[in-house]
Design a protein around this ligand. Structure first.
Ligand code: CUA
Length: 347
């Protein structure tokens, strides 16, 4: 039988090699940078801007501190066991007591505290911190958000406004599959099911735009199903509400080109799916476009709402968000410019 080559030195006895030191160093840096926040585009639970998110962040830090402390203590005991002197090894040692105290009593106390904290947080999140200023209905679609303000009688899409410092009740349902409503900087997640209404609430402590996202896989464009929550100072919020409740701008008051664009819109199949209040377009299958130009993004947070992006979206929806329900609508260059003039007038 051939002899296996003899290992002269076991690698495990070598000091940590430089390669491993680099790997560990880079892992730590990657971990730390993944926690960094970069404005509203990368919303983080650890950057809360409302009472509910404050509680969630507090729970995260408490759990992290407890887990960190336990981890450090276990490592210290491990090091102590590895390096204690031989003279100590023969001392009498009551293993049973260690098992009962460190393995049963201490974990039980810690789990009891964690359970209590989680229950308290869940209970706090279950109802709004203050009496809700209004109710917003959100209907999740593959892959966009229908937003209705029933008290004010209007609908918008992929963007909801709330007044700073006041809570807003959000009633959630789905038009198709399961989705999940999540604004990490304002509250925790809430599942959305077809045929059922779940309720959550939003409250922001400072003005700003908070990015929300669908947090449940719902099909190929799940990752492009985002929305914006804009927290306005109360007076500005009332102005926004009044402006959104008004019918669309009349193209005759805008420009001759906008009027031609309106005719392109009404004469095409756009109006079968989209509604524009104050016109004959009353489709309810796709986002309401009454005040399209007032929104920050297109295609559920996929593109900034600019003229170029809007034109690109209409001409090539499937290239930008493959599988979405809007067919591309090829128009000649002149009619496309008219249509954009009209859509851009819908402030
Ligand atoms: Cu909707 Cu994921």
């Amino acid at each position: 039988m051939p002899q296996l080559p003899r290992r002269t030195r076991s690698p495990s006895t070598r000091p940590v090699s430089r390669g491993w030191a680099w790997i560990i160093g880079f892992s730590i840096i990657a971990l730390l940078t993944s926690c960094a926040t970069s404005g509203g585009q990368a919303p983080s639970l650890l950057d809360p801007h409302g009472p509910a998110a404050d509680r969630v962040a507090l729970l995260i830090w408490v759990l992290f501190s407890i887990a960190g402390t336990v981890c450090v203590l276990v490592l210290l005991f491990l090091l102590w066991a590895l390096f204690r002197r031989h003279s100590q090894e023969n001392r009498p040692f009551n293993e049973n007591r260690v098992i009962v105290v460190a393995g049963v009593i201490i974990p039980a106390v810690i789990l009891f505290i964690v359970f209590g904290l989680a229950l308290a947080t869940t209970s706090y999140l279950s109802s709004p911190a203050t009496t809700p200023r209004l109710t917003v209905n959100v209907v999740a679609h593959q892959w966009w958000w229908e937003v209705q303000y029933p008290g004010q009688g209007f609908a918008t899409a992929n963007e909801l406004h709330i007044p700073v410092g006041q809570s807003v009740l959000v009633k959630l349902t789905s038009a198709d599959v399961q989705h999940d409503f999540w604004v990490p900087q304002l509250n925790d997640k809430m599942d959305i099911y077809p045929g059922k209404t779940n309720t959550t609430w939003l409250q922001a402590s400072s003005a700003g735009t908070y990015r929300g996202e669908c947090a449940e896989f719902c099909g190929p464009e799940h990752a492009l199903m985002n929305f914006m929550v804009v927290a306005d100072p109360p007076a500005q919020f009332e102005t926004w509400l009044a402006a959104q409740a008004a019918p669309a701008a009349q193209p005759v008051n805008e420009s001759a080109d906008a009027l031609k664009g309106y005719q392109v819109f009404i004469g095409s199949s756009c109006s079968y799916c989209h509604a524009i209040k104050g016109t004959n377009a009353a489709g309810n299958y796709a986002p309401d476009l009454t005040h399209l130009a007032s929104r920050q993004t297109l295609a559920a947070g996929t593109l900034p709402n600019t003229r170029g992006n809007l034109g690109g979206w209409i001409a090539n929806t499937q290239g930008i968000k493959p599988g979405n329900r809007m067919p591309a609508y090829p128009l000649d260059a002149q009619n496309m410019q008219y249509l954009l003039d009209y859509l851009e007038s819908l402030k």
